[in-house]
Write a protein that binds this ligand. Structure first.
Ligand code: URA
Ligand code: SF4
Length: 229
């Protein structure tokens, strides 16, 4: 028996095929502004998602925005372009935001997880979106916490369950609690949060229900904007 196989010996880090996930904390510079955070995130190795992705996708929009929109993770197009919400879900979100009476250029837009998670049958084949696990959300959360502390928005909208898991109480369910304004304490004092449906979920509902799903997203965004002082 090789010495490393002796009972009680520490297992090699990848023995069970389990990825090492130190979390983003060590890569987040303390007290950094959003632009410094964006730069630093390029080197993040806080979980394994960086490796197959093209690049980190940080945030877009107004770094002093009073309304923050938090999505799930970059999709295929966002991963290629390095900008959040530029694919089909992003186009729907922009339309919904405008229809809710919000000037999109005054919002801060980011994601709970900063690298694209996907599956792919073979190199060159289509990359299929895979939702991040709780472990990825947890690993990436130091970026989200740092950027929100810097931007200091008045209202934070969580688009879909992943963003809700990152920021809202554990028992929050999009199906049950969407559209409710929730006051939560943060490192920058009490703030208003809301969870709602993800724009890509609107694209996935059967066509007959899509207009209603879209209208409900617009109504939620309007309510969130109405909570701005
Ligand atoms: N979906 C998201 O949640 N974020 C993006 O940036 C794009 C699609
Ligand atoms: Fe770091 Fe987040 Fe990317 Fe993981 S997903 S490597 S924690 S930036």
């Amino acid at each position: 028996m090789a010495p490393e196989e002796t009972a009680g010996a520490p297992a090699p880090a990848r023995a069970a095929g389990r990825p090492e996930r130190p979390g983003a904390g060590a890569w987040v510079p303390g007290g950094a502004g959003v632009e410094q955070l964006r730069e630093a995130a390029r080197g993040c190795r806080g979980c394994e998602l960086w490796e197959p992705a093209t690049q980190v996708v940080f945030s877009a929009g107004d770094v002093h925005g009073r309304l923050a929109l938090v999505g799930e993770q970059p999709g295929d197009q966002e991963d290629r372009r390095g900008v959040p919400f530029v694919g089909p879900a992003g186009r729907l979100l922009q339309k919904a935001v405008a229809e809710a009476g919000i000037d999109v250029s005054t919002t801060y837009v980011t994601n709970a997880v900063k690298h694209f998670r996907f599956t792919q049958e073979a190199p060159g084949k289509r990359r299929i979106h895979a939702s991040p696990d709780v472990a990825h959300i947890t690993a990436c959360r130091p970026w989200l916490a740092a950027e929100l502390a810097q931007v200091d928005p008045e209202v934070v909208v969580c688009l879909g369950a992943t963003a809700a898991k990152a920021l809202l109480p554990k028992d929050f369910r999009v199906t049950k609690h969407r559209g409710q304004l929730i006051r939560l304490s943060t490192s920058r004092g009490e703030k208003t949060f809301m969870g709602t449906i993800h724009p890509s979920a609107v694209l996935r509902v059967p066509e007959a229900e899509r207009d209603a799903a879209y209208a409900a997203l617009v109504a939620d965004l309007r309510l969130a904007a109405g909570a701005l002082s």
